[in-house]
Ligand binder design. Structure first.
Ligand SMILES: Cc1ncc(COP(=O)(O)O)c(C=O)c1O
Ligand SMILES: [Zn+2]
Length: 436
């Protein structure tokens, strides 16, 4: 029996692994649909040992039994996927002081992931390994920046040529990550939706395999391991899952972990998804607000705006054409969650606050996720005694110009006469000022 196979999400047709999936250009061989679910024949009980206290994982491949790779010799890794999940008491303290809520708040420190410091490293590692196993030596990726950087890194490690298409406004720092490895960057004159189109044209022109979008098994399977990590480190599934929402791979991947273990009693209730979008490009949040105001009428999930060339402060999460909304909205509803917007203008302030309290440098998309926590509290979306998990996506090494904006203590001087004695404590009030 093979380790895994795919099942078409539309017609239920079975597809025997990646060779067939890639050969059919990532379409169902029966109905041409482009999304499949990965099904494993692995004994599900095996997860218990992997998430036990005694487990000592070195990277995401600790969960090899539940990942779509056949032979361990094809593993490509850089220690991704086991970035620590930390309990952040300053957020707990804030929730208690301001809202009288007793919470447990955990934050996934993807910024510590070695390769590119984002939660996209997991997807990069699985993609590179699977492509290697299937003798694919060329690949095309369209991305706002973080997936691009991660794929560039891991595919280079696997000696696979990666052609990457980013929108015009993608951060310069992504370009540096990609170009350094000798992978090809095409900066497309246009927005993310247009970059995807040009990438698809290029892939077709040269007959090269291209990333399969937000439901690509390569990415979903990789990112679902964050749920295993919650169980291993926190010993439980949180009540609430917070993330910055762009295309939705992260939340879909959380759902996939639950689907894998459906009916086993091993993984039961999904957390409520509280998903934040930057206010300058928030099509899903806008669609959701409208649907909610109308009591989610029949077909509400097909009613969403498309924003072309959005002018944003956080390009990494700016998906103006939210093609995944018809699937994302019902999923969020099923969990009892919400999709809402946060103010992009606050990202720098939030990064300062986190840097002050935790002594870490976070990137703008991470700030969007964490702002989701503050916004959720403000809107009463988190209840007393709940456990909250924030999937904090990236470090600031991915966005150096953003990091430069977060510096706030500089004073230009000519002599010591102009210098007052310094006390770090005096900045506490300043970094909290926008949030209290
Ligand atoms: C740091 C970070 N957070 C969140 C997201 C949103 O990802 P998705 O909505 O696909 O899960 C991204 C996507 O690029 C990201 O890089
Ligand atoms: Zn099908």
């Amino acid at each position: 029996m093979s380790k895994f196979h795919f099942v078409c999400r539309k017609c239920g047709h079975k597809i025997d692994g990646f060779k067939k999936w890639f050969a059919s250009n990532q379409k169902c061989t029966n109905c041409n649909n482009n999304s499949v679910s990965t099904v494993y024949s692995t004994d599900k009980e095996k997860i218990k040992a992997l998430i036990s206290d005694n487990a000592t994982p070195e990277n995401l491949w600790h969960y090899f039994d539940f990942l779509p790779l056949n032979n361990k010799k094809n593993i490509v890794t850089d220690g991704e996927g086991i970035a620590p999940i930390e309990r952040w008491d300053f957020l707990e303290e804030f929730a208690k002081q301001k809202y009288g809520l007793q919470l447990e708040v955990y934050v996934n420190r993807n910024d510590k992931s070695f390769a590119t410091g984002t939660f996209k490293d997991k997807g990069g590692a699985v993609a590179a390994s699977v492509l290697k196993e299937n003798n694919v030596d060329q690949y095309v990726v369209a991305s706002t920046g973080n997936t691009a950087s991660a794929f560039a890194h891991y595919l280079a490690k696997a000696k696979i040529s990666c052609s990457i298409f980013v929108p015009e406004n993608a951060l310069k720092d992504s370009e540096a990550h990609i170009g350094t490895y000798g992978q090809k960057l095409f900066r497309v004159k246009g927005d993310y939706a247009y970059a995807k189109k040009v990438a698809a044209d290029y892939a077709k022109k040269y007959n090269i395999l291209m990333t399969g979008g937000n439901l690509d098994p390569l990415r979903l399977e990789a990112k679902k391991t964050q749920v295993f990590e919650m169980l291993r480190i926190m010993g439980k599934i949180p009540d609430v899952y917070i993330q910055a929402l762009s295309g939705g791979t992260g939340p879909f991947a959380v759902e996939k972990a639950f689907l894998d273990f459906e009916g086993t009693g091993l993984l039961e209730k999904m957390p409520r998804f509280l998903l934040s979008q930057g206010n300058r490009c928030a099509p899903m949040a806008h669609a959701w607000k409208k649907a909610k105001a109308n009591n989610f009428p029949e077909g509400y999930e097909k009613d969403y705006p498309i924003y072309e060339n959005p002018e944003v402060l956080i390009p990494t999460i700016a998906t103006g054409n939210p093609g995944m909304y018809p699937l994302m909205a019902p999923l969020v509803r099923k969990t009892g969650g919400e999709i809402f917007q946060i103010k992009e203008e606050l990202a720098v302030d939030l990064a300062r606050l986190v840097a002050y309290e935790r002594v870490i440098k976070i990137g703008p998309a991470s700030a969007a996720g964490l702002l989701g926590f503050f916004e959720s509290l403000k809107n009463g979306l988190i209840k007393d005694k709940e456990t909250v998990f924030v999937n904090m996506g990236e470090s600031a090494n991915r966005a150096l110009s953003f990091m430069q904006q977060t510096a706030y203590t500089t004073q230009n001087i000519g002599s010591a006469d102009e210098c007052e004695r310094f006390d770090r404590k005096k900045y506490k009030e300043k970094v909290w000022e926008k949030f209290v």
